[in-house]
Design a protein around this ligand. Structure first.
Ligand SMILES: Cc1cc2nc3c(=O)[nH]c(=O)nc-3n(C[C@H](O)[C@H](O)[C@H](O)COP(=O)(O)OP(=O)(O)OC[C@H]3O[C@@H](n4cnc5c(N)ncnc54)[C@H](O)[C@@H]3O)c2cc1C
Length: 471
């Protein structure tokens, strides 16, 4: 490799690499490009040409993006869906890369302080979610202060955020998954046929690309599939901010345990059939929350007002106002005799975004289907019964975009009607869709096929082998 390349040489090399993608081949990027695209070109990691002001327009120059890494399966987002997807794919022996915008794994289940593991059980209190999620909980079982209320249906388990961060860090370190934290996915890479070939990330290293054969969008907000041009429905709903309160010995809402079920215990007004409700910034009135594995520490779930999770102004306003409201709630709580020593242990580092983008998938799971107990040939798992909905099957088609190739979705941004997504977004269901997406992506690599052409019988058999419940 010559030390200094002219801009023209650089362009022609990039075009050569682009030509390979344009062929639309599903040959692993890692093997086809390893010899031809340099890992990093000299002087490319720093963006030296700034954006310019042209009249009242800000214009960014066209530029080359250095390739940070090449992989078979790229998982964007390290929350419940993303970690589950990455582990299940890696166990198939394929090369997996996991990228997360924050400095820890777990998504809302750790950084959002969402500690209740809700729809695990069917209406007869039988557990219907196993697989990787069950593995996570088993690891927490043997840790001091890791999890409470396991196997006590209908009461749901509650986890400790730090214990879960530890479990995920420990598992990732031993897994062989290439992981990048503090790295934010900002664009999709598509070839001339519109098929996804990786993603572009921003980090302290600048703007870099990761090339991949299959991308699994576990960002919660569908950031990557939206950037790739996949169709989606944008929704707005209640945005809260969860906190932990220390030195407290009372709970608000047993046995609801801070349930997301609007009909049960929840700070804020009930919603109408899963639709957004009129939550306020400070919904609390000296609420105490519910117990956690840590002694004398409660978690306080919050509905919050309806906001646009894709609008930075809304996010900023809610982050600030929720923290102010949470502090005043604790002050109010202290006024109660016996609670004088209560303190605010922490507000969640990340805002409580429930839903934002819902994929237009090969299959959109409808409210009517889940209420009628619909059965699907391509079932990849179950959600337990929740609110007034029974347990229901989740079809594979909800993870596959209707049109764009080489990308899958898992977690809270899959293809479902709002009322259904308000259940499939819950943590254990995200574990289910994440595991299925990870295995489907691995099958794409092994069988050289597109996500929409995955052999469903094989996928179901692999899910069984990995301990998942399919009915
Ligand atoms: C206030 C609130 C209360 C809730 N209560 C409960 C409850 O009690 N029980 C329950 O089971 N569920 C509850 N939920 C739902 C549940 O917590 C989430 O829906 C679930 O964690 C979603 O998992 P996910 O992996 O799809 O997304 P997330 O948990 O949001 O994880 C997505 C991950 O992707 C990362 N990411 C996002 N964008 C990018 C990007 N562009 N590049 C790189 N990384 C990115 C994020 O940092 C995050 O780590 C609640 C949710 C909220 C908001």
């Amino acid at each position: 490799m010559p030390k200094d390349l002219t801009r023209r040489e650089l362009m022609s090399r990039s075009l050569a690499a682009g030509g390979l993608f344009a062929a639309g081949s599903l040959m692993p990027v890692s093997s086809t490009l390893a010899q031809q695209t340099p890992e990093r070109l000299p002087g490319q990691t720093e963006h030296k040409v700034p954006a310019s002001l042209e009249g009242d327009r800000v214009v960014q120059p066209r530029r080359d993006v250095p390739v940070l890494h090449k992989t078979s399966v790229l998982v964007v987002g390290g929350g419940p869906a993303g970690t589950s997807a990455a582990f299940s794919a890696k166990r198939m022996g394929v090369d997996v890369t996991l990228v997360e915008r924050y400095g820890y794994l777990g998504g809302l289940a750790t950084g959002g302080l969402v500690l209740g593991i809700f729809p695990l059980y069917d209406r007869s209190n039988k557990q219907v979610i196993y697989g990787i999620g069950e593995e996570f909980m088993k690891k927490l079982d043997v840790m001091k202060y890791g999890i409470i209320d396991r196997n006590k249906a209908p009461t749901y388990p509650t986890i400790d955020a730090e214990a879960f961060k530890f479990v995920l860090a420990d598992m990732v370190l031993d897994s062989g998954i290439t992981t990048y934290l503090d790295c934010w996915g900002v664009d999709a890479i598509v070839d001339s046929k519109g098929a996804v070939r990786g993603a572009v990330f921003e980090s302290k290293s600048g703007r870099q690309a990761i090339l991949a054969d299959i991308v699994i969008d576990c960002s919660g907000d569908g950031d990557i599939y939206a950037a790739a041009g996949a169709a989606f429905e944008k929704v707005t709903t209640n945005i809260g901010l969860i906190s932990r309160i220390g030195n407290i010995d009372e709970v608000d809402m047993a046995p609801g345990r801070g349930s997301e079920d609007p009909g049960k215990a929840m700070v804020g007004k009930p919603s109408d059939g899963g639709r957004p409700s009129k939550g306020r910034v400070n919904d609390f009135n000296g609420h105490a929350g519910n117990s956690t594995p840590a002694p004398h520490v409660n978690w306080l779930n919050m509905r919050g007002p309806v906001g646009d999770a894709l609008n930075v102004a809304d996010l900023t306003e809610l982050e600030l106002k929720h923290r102010r409201g949470t502090w005043s709630n604790v002050e109010k709580l202290r006024e109660k005799p016996g609670n004088e020593q209560v303190y605010l242990a922490e507000t969640a580092p990340q805002l409580g975004v429930r839903l934002s983008r819902l994929l237009d998938g090969c299959k959109k799971l409808t409210n009517q289907e889940i209420r009628n107990g619909a059965k699907f040939k391509d079932v990849i798992g179950y959600s337990g019964a929740y609110a007034n909905a029974p347990e229901f099957q989740i079809p594979y088609g909800t993870l596959v975009p209707a049109k764009v190739e080489n990308v899958l979705a898992a977690g809270r941004c899959i293809s479902a009607e709002f009322e259904v997504a308000d259940i499939t977004r819950l943590i254990p269901v995200c574990w289910v869709t994440g595991q299925a997406a990870g295995l489907a992506a691995a099958l794409c690599i092994q069988d050289t096929c597109k996500p929409r052409n995955v052999n469903v019988a094989k996928l179901q058999s692999l899910l069984h082998q990995q301990g998942a419940y399919l009915g």
